[in-house]
Design a protein around this ligand. Structure first.
Ligand SMILES: Cc1cc2nc3c(=O)[nH]c(=O)nc-3n(C[C@H](O)[C@H](O)[C@H](O)COP(=O)(O)O)c2cc1C
Ligand code: SF4
Length: 607
């Protein structure tokens, strides 16, 4: 059967295509339209999209199969995506998945015979403070228990299931929030609220009274460093855009937030989208760009809806469009949804995805600032970086330097998850001791248990022992002890946690998310995962510890992007700092944390 879109969808698609430099860039949104109109992405649908976008069906198939988030014709009415990555696993995410699998009689990716439910075990949903969690179609469900999920299944089968919108989790503490100041206020996502608190005045100031070079200078003086992971100085990055280039310039907002343990961007997007839009206006003006793309991860449908509503409001009030703040400096923002792939957070992978391709990273140099989106100068910034810009322009660089350290100024939104009394988002000055963050702000280890380890900057960072938690939470202090601040996703592990199991889970994540272009990453993450599986299941060999480290040596610095390095960093730190625990697994031929059960088959996929 040949499919066709109805008139409304056809018109929407045509309007969408006009928002990108090339028609093929609209491929991911076109697949979302296909999903919306026909309920799923079928092979016939792929042919339709290929014809309308002007690419081959094989290209569309290649793209669809790269991402995990598109609904397929065999999927059930309800898609249950259960997070089993480390922060959720610490709170029972894996048990939750196993319970659902047993109850429904299906395994990962399968659909119940009645076509009601499809079950998927997925990687981090950026909701770690509410672990264990799952997504049902477009909706998040927090802090789940087995009776609650049983009730949900009943209601799905009875046809009485109704979506529930979950609340937000920002514990009060001694530091005054700056970026998070308004996010819990009613209607904080609306333009009326934003204007009521002085919103868009900084953009007006920048666009009407400052030259682009002045804006860059102010941001440089503030010392703002990227909040997406690498901590690169923002103003300096903006200054890399070649002024003489005749090509169009682009600004891309990175809202792909997929680093396990990190959930700050989701909050800013859903509760303060106008701060992101205003920051984007200023940043685009500073780099000489007129076209801004706001790339959100596919798992944020609510965020995408709120972002689009906010963008529409900004157009309606004239902040976006041909004449922002009466300047005639055209500014357009296009909200673009990804489709489930961690690697699309890496800036060149993101740009590939935004070009309508598989999210494969590209070799640097050239860096995106010089040759990025469709080979034009492009700045990619994290949305929390961008949301900081209006405050810096409004209050000046010295105001921003009131917080933080000389080299890491400002506040940071720390995402704290795992075994703490009060998980959630904590905005605090950069440079506060990790001990203060865990034991004071987040209330200490849950239930008075002993601390075993802390992941300080997302799962890609080197794990710290209790002896190391006096480290200051800033970019340089963590780098000095061979870890990193990254995206400031702090996950706390108590004494009951098996570090071998935790590392196995971590490597399963990286192996799953490797795009596969580079052999050291594709094979290396797979080998690491397999070795950890055998150690955890009682089949480890004494030489395995050195083998794990040797494999890491073969991965670091040898690949297109740093996902391979990101997999090696926690591996090296856990294997060296918790060596005795690995040796105990190998000696006892079982996981000592799980009692004296018989060894599992070496191939068992307990996760
Ligand atoms: C594997 C990988 C995943 C990444 N994921 C994200 C992400 O989800 N969000 C993000 O902002 N940056 C992510 N980054 C960092 C980006 O590549 C890039 O440095 C960042 O968007 C730049 O913005 P900033 O300077 O404002 O931090 C990732 C990097 C790597 C290597
Ligand atoms: S390092 Fe891994 S994720 Fe990055 S490009 Fe190579 S294979 Fe892909």
């Amino acid at each position: 059967m040949t499919l066709e879109f109805n008139k409304q969808t056809t018109d929407e698609l045509e309007a969408l295509c006009k928002r990108y430099p090339k028609r093929e860039a609209a491929l991911l949104p076109a697949l979302r339209l296909l999903e919306r109109e026909f309920g799923s992405v079928s092979e016939e649908g792929m042919k339709l999209v290929a014809r309308l976008i002007g690419v081959s069906p094989a290209t569309v198939y290649g793209v669809v199969t790269f991402y995990t988030h598109y609904r397929r014709p065999t999927d059930g009415k309800f898609m249950l995506q259960v997070c089993a990555t480390v922060p959720c696993a610490l709170k029972g995410g894996v048990s939750l998945y196993k319970h659902l699998s047993g109850r429904l009689g299906i395994t990962n990716g399968q659909t119940t015979p009645d076509g009601v439910v499809t079950l998927k075990k997925v990687e981090c949903l950026a909701n770690c403070d509410n672990a264990p969690c799952m997504q049902v179609n477009d909706w998040y469900y927090d802090r789940l228990t087995l009776p609650v999920v049983d009730g949900m299944i009943e209601s799905m089968r009875a046809g009485t299931w109704k979506p529930v919108r979950m609340g937000y989790n920002i514990p009060k503490h001694k530091y005054e929030p700056v970026l998070l100041k308004h996010v819990l206020e009613k209607d904080s996502e609306t333009i009326a609220h934003y204007l009521g608190r002085g919103g868009y005045k900084a953009a007006e100031k920048a666009l009407t009274t400052l030259k682009p070079a002045d804006v860059i200078d102010i941001v440089k003086k503030s010392g703002l460093r990227g909040r997406g992971g690498a901590g690169f100085p923002t103003g300096t990055k903006w200054s890399f855009v070649p002024q003489a280039s005749p090509k169009p310039r682009y600004l891309v907002l990175n809202d792909d937030e997929s680093e396990p343990g990190t959930f700050k961007d989701k909050m800013l997007t859903e509760r303060d989208p106008h701060a992101i839009i205003e920051g984007a206006m200023i940043a685009a003006y500073a780099i000489g760009s007129h076209d801004i793309y706001w790339y959100l991860r596919g798992e944020f449908p609510l965020g995408a809806k709120i972002a689009q509503q906010a963008v529409d409001e900004a157009y309606a009030r004239g902040f976006l469009g041909p004449n922002p703040c009466g300047t005639g400096y055209r500014l357009d923002i296009t909200v673009h949804r990804g489709a489930g792939a961690y690697i699309c957070g890496e800036e060149t992978g993101l740009l590939s995805s935004l070009e309508g391709q598989r999210g494969n990273p590209k070799i640097k140099p050239p860096f995106p600032a010089v040759e990025g989106y469709f080979r034009c100068p492009t700045i990619v910034n994290n949305v929390a970086t961008i949301a900081s810009v209006p405050l810096i322009i409004a209050n000046g660089p010295e105001w921003f330097r009131k917080w933080g350290t000389e080299k890491s100024p400002g506040t940071m939104i720390f995402s704290v998850s795992g075994h703490v009394e009060r998980p959630g988002l904590f905005e605090a000055p950069l440079g506060i001791p990790l001990r203060e963050l865990v034991f004071d702000l987040a209330g200490g280890v849950k239930g008075g248990r002993k601390l075993k380890a802390v992941v300080p900057g997302g799962i890609s960072s080197g794990v710290l022992t209790p002896e190391e938690i006096d480290v200051k939470m800033d970019f340089d202090s963590l780098a000095a002890i061979k870890s990193m601040l990254g995206s400031a996703g702090v996950t706390v592990l108590d004494e009951t946690v098996c570090m071998v199991d935790t590392l196995w889970n971590t490597l399963r994540f990286f192996h799953h998310e490797s795009c596969g272009q580079c052999t050291p990453c594709r094979e290396g993450t797979g080998w690491l995962e397999k070795i950890l599986r055998r150690i955890e299941n009682g089949h480890g060999r004494p030489e395995d510890l050195q083998l794990l480290l040797d494999i890491c040596d073969g991965m670091v610095g040898r690949t297109i992007c740093v996902l391979a390095d990101a997999a090696a960093m926690p591996t090296r730190s856990i294997v060296t700092k918790f060596k005795a625990e690995f040796e105990a697994h190998i000696e006892k031929k079982r996981c000592p944390m799980k009692g004296a059960a018989a060894p599992q088959p070496a191939t068992a996929g307990a996760h």
